[in-house]
Design a binder for this molecule. Structure first.
Ligand code: SME
Length: 150
């Protein structure tokens, strides 16, 4: 159950002796290691005042896409839509940036600080159509808790 991970997420984010990036990296590791269909887990944040996202802490294979312009790919679309984006089949998306040929599905949930969309959590899955509303609610919870330490 995803809900079982909530207390673990909270306790990682509470580790104030660690940097924010260390704590976010630990959350990525927790999610990737605990949820079988989460194959790549990462945070992107707005890059200063630029109309682009910059990769933050992540777990999984390194990606070339460390900078993503607003509007480009699933991530860039979420930067401007402020909405969750659940992609059951990445092959069916025109505006998609492939990070790995093994990826079948993706979910991106925006992260708000004081009502402003400042970043997002991005999950890639090698399993087709694995995400449900439970993932959306869980990732919204994670982002809300993250926003409290930013
Ligand atoms: N697939 C994303 C790019 C980021 S990678 O998944 C890590 C997109 O289309 O925006």
């Amino acid at each position: 159950m995803l809900a079982d991970l909530k207390p673990k997420v909270v306790s990682i984010l509470d580790q104030s002796e660690k940097t924010v990036d260390e704590r976010l990296a630990s959350v990525c590791d927790l999610l990737r290691n605990s949820i079988p269909y989460y194959d790549w887990v990462g945070f992107y944040f707005r890059n200063g005042d630029k109309e682009e996202l910059k990769l933050g802490p992540y777990a999984g294979e390194p990606t070339d896409h460390t900078i993503i312009p607003f509007g480009k790919g699933i991530c860039g679309q979420v930067a401007v839509s402020n909405q969750n984006f659940v992609v059951p089949d990445v092959a069916a998306q025109d505006n998609y940036i492939a990070c790995s040929i093994t990826v079948k599905a993706e979910i991106v949930v925006p992260l708000f600080l004081n009502g402003e969309n400042i970043g997002q959590i991005d999950i890639d899955s090698n399993t087709p159509d694995p995400f449900s509303e439970e993932d959306e609610r869980f990732l919204e919870f994670v982002n809300e808790k993250v926003s409290q330490i930013l």
